[in-house]
Design a protein around this ligand. Structure first.
Ligand SMILES: [Zn+2]
Length: 262
C-alpha cells in the first residue's frame, strides 16, 4: 500500500517508536537505502529525548499515525476508527507531538540564524580589526620613515634635555634637522596628573613654538616626530606641563630643558 513517498513520511513515527510489525520492518529496510530518512530520524532524536526527559509516555498507536501522516493510504486508517475518548486523547497527544516537533524546528531555525548572525558579526569585527591594523601599520611605517629621515639628515643636530624640579629624574633628547624636522624622545617623565598633558616647545629667539603634545607610557617614556618650520632657528627645546589639549604658548612648569648648540 505504501509507495516510497509514504515511507519517507514515517520518520517521525519511527523515531517515536510508533511503527509496528511489517510496517516497522519495511521502514527499517527503507532506512538502509535512504540517507534522507536516516538524517530525519537523527534530527528527531532531540525531540524524543526531551519527551522522555519530560516523562511523557509516548506509546502512539495506529491512530496517532493516522493523525501525523497526511495523505495516501493512511486515510483508510482514519476512516476505520470510530470517534471515542481514546481517539480524542490520541489526537491530543498527536498534536502535542506535532507542536513539539514544529517548536523544535523553529528553535533549530532560530539557533541557525543566531549562529549566522554571530558569524557575520565576527567577520565584520575581523574585517574592521584588519583595516585598523593596516592603518596602524601604515601610520607606524610613515612615522618610522619620518624618524629615519631626520636621524639621517646631513644637517641633524642633537640636543640633550635635563629634567627640572619635579621631573629631576627625567631626561630627553631631540634630533633636529632644519630641512626634515624633529625627533624627540624622553624617559622617566612623571605620570601625567588628570587633565594635564606634556607639551614640547622649540624655543626661538623671539618665541617658543609648539612641537606637539606628549603622552608618556606608564613608564614615563615617549617618542614623537614633529615637522618644524625650516625658517626658525631654535636656541632651546623645552617640555612643559599644560592643560589637556595644549596651549599656544607655554604657561606651566618646565619639566625638561636643553640648549641648542650655536
Ligand atoms: Zn526515505
Amino acid at each position: 500500500m505504501n509507495d516510497p513517498d509514504d515511507l519517507h513520511e514515517l520518520t517521525g513515527l519511527y523515531a517515536l517508536g510508533a511503527l509496528r510489525g511489517e510496517e516497522h520492518a519495511r521502514f527499517e529496510a527503507h532506512l538502509e537505502v535512504c540517507e534522507r530518512c536516516r538524517a530525519e530520524v537523527r534530527s528527531f532524536s532531540p525531540v524524543v529525548e526531551s519527551l522522555s526527559r519530560a516523562g511523557a509516555v509516548v506509546e502512539p498507536p495506529l491512530a496517532l499515525r493516522a493523525r501525523v501522516v497526511p495523505g495516501g493510504g493512511n486515510r483508510a486508517v482514519v476512516r476505520d476508527l470510530r470517534p471515542s475518548p481514546t481517539l480524542a486523547w490520541l489526537a491530543a497527544a498527536a498534536s502535542v507531538v506535532l507542536t513539539i516537533g514544529v517548536g523544535w524546528y523553529a528553535a533549530q531555525l532560530h539557533a541557525r540564524i543566531d549562529d549566522l548572525e554571530a558569524r557575520l558579526a565576527a567577520a565584520n569585527f575581523r574585517a574592521g580589526a584588519a583595516e585598523r591594523q593596516t592603518a596602524d601599520a601604515r601610520q607606524a611605517a610613515d612615522r618610522a620613515q619620518d624618524m629615519l629621515g631626520v636621524l639621517s639628515a646631513p644637517d641633524m643636530a642633537r640636543v640633550d634635555l635635563k629634567g627640572q624640579g619635579a621631573a629631576a629624574a627625567a631626561a630627553g633628547r631631540a634630533f633636529w634637522s632644519r630641512s626634515r624636522g624633529l625627533v624627540f624622545t624622553a624617559t622617566n617623565l612623571p605620570a601625567l596628573p588628570a587633565g594635564k598633558v606634556y607639551q614640547l616647545w622649540v624655543v626661538t629667539p623671539t618665541a617658543p613654538v609648539s612641537a606637539g603634545l606628549l603622552h608618556p607610557d606608564d613608564q614615563g617614556r615617549v617618542t614623537t616626530v614633529a615637522q618644524t618650520d625650516p625658517a626658525i632657528s631654535p636656541v632651546a627645546m623645552a617640555v612643559t606641563l599644560e592643560p589637556e589639549g595644549g596651549v599656544p604658548s607655554p604657561t606651566g612648569d618646565k619639566y625638561l630643558i636643553g640648549m641648542v648648540a650655536p
